[in-house]
Design a protein around this ligand. Structure first.
Ligand code: AOF
Ligand code: ZN
Length: 365
């Protein structure tokens, strides 16, 4: 039964996807006499924590009940008072948590306090699932750096466009819908200037439901080559853009871009390009916890070579187009020998109709 209730708590946590960043996705279920008497989840950054919402969503007496929560209850005064205090006060008898809170402010303290107050605590029910759900939070809270996912789409023969440049479409509608869900989920989306010049993309989230969120658009543009009429420079309250550039860019142009409501970050040069590791730190300082990297091939290679990528999501459309000049998802100089390749682990393969999707994590020493 523990698994069943925790599965429910995880499903509740998922309802917060896209709204809680940089805070975690958390769900909680209160069970008494074999019955769920309260449920809650963290709905939005800065709002009440999941545990408090679960208490608020029951009219029954919770004394003696068990609480299932996907993350260790907090013990610190943040935007809200510590959840452990409420759990103790309400007379909860047992707490089942999926994973310890990686937040150094909590990190086991919540569990200890509960135990000191005679509350039984069980840890690790559906731990892997909970960790996967909060992979962004885990990286961000422990390193201050955004979790970076490289998303690519290619034909079966490894091309991202035909030799003419035509690329609409490589993947099917279901795959493209999933990409828009990712855009909703991620705080930012990053492209290189080459992609802006070639495709003039909008990089917004296009999903039917109205309350979907647009990611902050980050354009890596070392020399400030972005055309002033590029679609990504059209900003409003829901669609922000950051240009990551260097001292090489003309100040007047940057001033003009700033007047359009676009922010820019001056980043040092590394090998004549924007230093991506530095950029990641700057984005982290701006509370940007996640980056969906959508290429093109030059930026993808630099990002992989610099070690900023954590995860890869590769879409493969069942088509073949050939052409030795047609580009592949990762370009750049390339790695000279197989032994030096970037290796992947924890490979997951699934399909949307006939498109094959591979999700995997970068192996880091
Ligand atoms: C959440 N929602 O449901 C739980 C959290 O910024 P604060 O003050 O809301 O505190 C955020 C921290 O609280 C977060 O980093 C995590 O350690 C802990 N638990 N946070 O946003 C929740 N349970
Ligand atoms: Zn809390």
């Amino acid at each position: 039964m523990d698994y069943l209730y925790m599965t429910r708590a995880l499903d509740l946590a998922k309802l917060g996807i896209g709204y809680t960043n940089p805070n975690p996705l958390v769900g909680a279920v209160i069970v008494k006499d074999g019955r769920i008497i309260g449920e809650g989840y963290h709905k939005k950054y800065g709002d009440a924590h999941a545990e408090v919402n679960a208490f608020n969503n029951t009219k029954e007496d919770v004394a003696g009940a068990t609480m299932y929560v996907t993350l260790e209850p907090c013990s610190h005064f943040g935007k809200t008072p510590p959840c452990v205090n409420t759990i103790i006060k309400k007379g909860i008898k047992k707490v089942v948590v999926a994973m310890e809170d990686p937040n150094p402010l909590v990190a086991g303290k919540g569990i200890n306090i509960l135990r000191q107050h005679g509350i039984e605590v069980a840890i690790g029910v559906l731990e892997n699932e909970a960790k996967k759900l909060n992979e962004v939070f885990i990286k961000f809270i422990t390193t201050g750096l955004p979790f970076c996912v490289l998303k690519t789409a290619m034909t079966l023969d490894g091309k991202i466009a035909a030799y003419t440049g035509d690329s609409r479409w490589i993947t099917n509608e279901e795959s493209r819908h999933y990409v828009h869900e990712l855009r909703h989920r991620f705080t930012s989306i990053m492209v290189g200037i080459g992609t802006v010049l070639a495709d003039d993309p909008l990089l917004t989230t296009r999903l039917d439901s109205i309350d979907k969120k647009n990611p902050i658009r980050i354009v890596v543009d070392t020399r400030g080559n972005i055309p002033l009429d590029a679609k990504v420079l059209q900003c409003d309250n829901n669609t922000k853009t950051i240009i990551a550039t260097t001292e090489a860019t003309n100040r007047e142009k940057l001033k003009y871009i700033e007047e359009l409501g676009v922010e820019f970050i001056i980043v040092p040069l590394k090998n004549n390009k924007v230093d991506l590791s530095y950029l990641m730190k700057s984005l982290g300082e701006r509370k940007i916890d996640s980056v969906l990297l959508e290429g093109g091939s030059t930026l993808n290679y630099t990002a992989l070579a610099e070690g900023i990528v954590d995860k890869v999501i590769s879409f493969i459309g069942p088509k073949i187009i050939g052409g030795s000049s047609a580009k592949s998802p990762v370009g750049g100089r390339g790695i000279p020998y197989m032994k030096d390749a970037i290796f992947l682990k924890n490979i997951d393969v699934f399909k949307f109709k006939d498109d094959v999707i591979i999700e995997a994590y970068i192996k880091k020493e």
